[in-house]
Ligand binder design. Structure first.
Ligand code: CA
Length: 229
């Protein structure tokens, strides 16, 4: 699947060469030219990486970044800065930017920064549809927004997400996630699934109406297989 890039940049010339250069390298780039649209698209969270200019009409890049991180949207961000904006660069990194690039820059340089960040992000992560698990930090997120799971809930979600579409019985889930033989009549699995669903439902990011964990009557549960876009 192509790496999905959101480019928020008001200078037409820069936007054009970034779109062309990244497009030619097989990346999929969506461009918006003002801060309000940039924030709106970025907070929907469907991107692998966000390239964010600092000086923008409507709303500046640093305020967008700070708001995204406040909402626990962890999509990697590369800031584009002017040569004389050293203070902004430092502030940007403090606010949670992953990298920055001073203008003017070569698109090769931008592409290699993107690759490094996306690779770093993907190695430790398991993603199916809108749900993503970071196995190093043990943090789950939905479209970029953190889901506050207990360790048990995380393990259950990871177990199902390793084989999306496959049905697991309650006994299998008990054995793998709880690690010992429970009375099969116990409802701990159902309670745990219910809590995970509720935590995903209360998020403010847009997500599918259907729960990613699907009950299969008489059998157990499976992680919903999503159509890739
Ligand atoms: Ca600008």
């Amino acid at each position: 699947m192509a790496v999905k890039v959101l480019l928020v940049e008001d200078e037409r010339r820069i936007a054009d060469f970034v779109c062309d250069g990244l497009g030619a390298r097989g990346l999929s780039v969506e461009h918006v030219d003002n801060g309000h649209a940039g924030y709106a698209r970025a907070s929907e969270g469907h991107f692998d990486i966000i390239i964010l200019d600092i000086m923008l009409p409507g709303r500046d890049g640093l305020s967008i970044l700070s708001e995204l991180r406040k909402k626990s949207i962890a999509t990697p961000v590369i800031l584009l800065t002017a040569r004389n904006e050293l203070g902004d660069r430092v502030k940007g990194l403090d606010l949670g930017a992953d990298d920055y690039l001073a203008k003017p820059f070569y698109v090769e340089e931008l592409a290699s920064r993107i690759n490094a960040l996306v690779r770093r992000d993907h190695q430790s992560a398991l993603q199916v549809g809108s749900i993503r698990l970071d196995r190093v930090s043990r943090q789950a997120s939905c479209n970029g927004q953190a889901i506050d799971l207990t360790s048990r809930e995380f393990n259950l979600l990871e177990y199902l997400m390793r084989s999306p579409g496959e049905v697991f019985t309650r006994a299998q889930m008990l054995e793998h996630v709880w690690g010992y033989d429970f009375d099969p009549s116990t409802n701990v699995v159902d309670v745990c699934v219910k809590r995970i669903r509720a935590k995903i439902n209360e998020l403010s990011v847009t997500h599918d109406d259907k729960s990613p964990i699907e009950a299969v009557r008489g059998s157990g549960y499976r992680f919903r297989l999503v159509q890739s876009s």
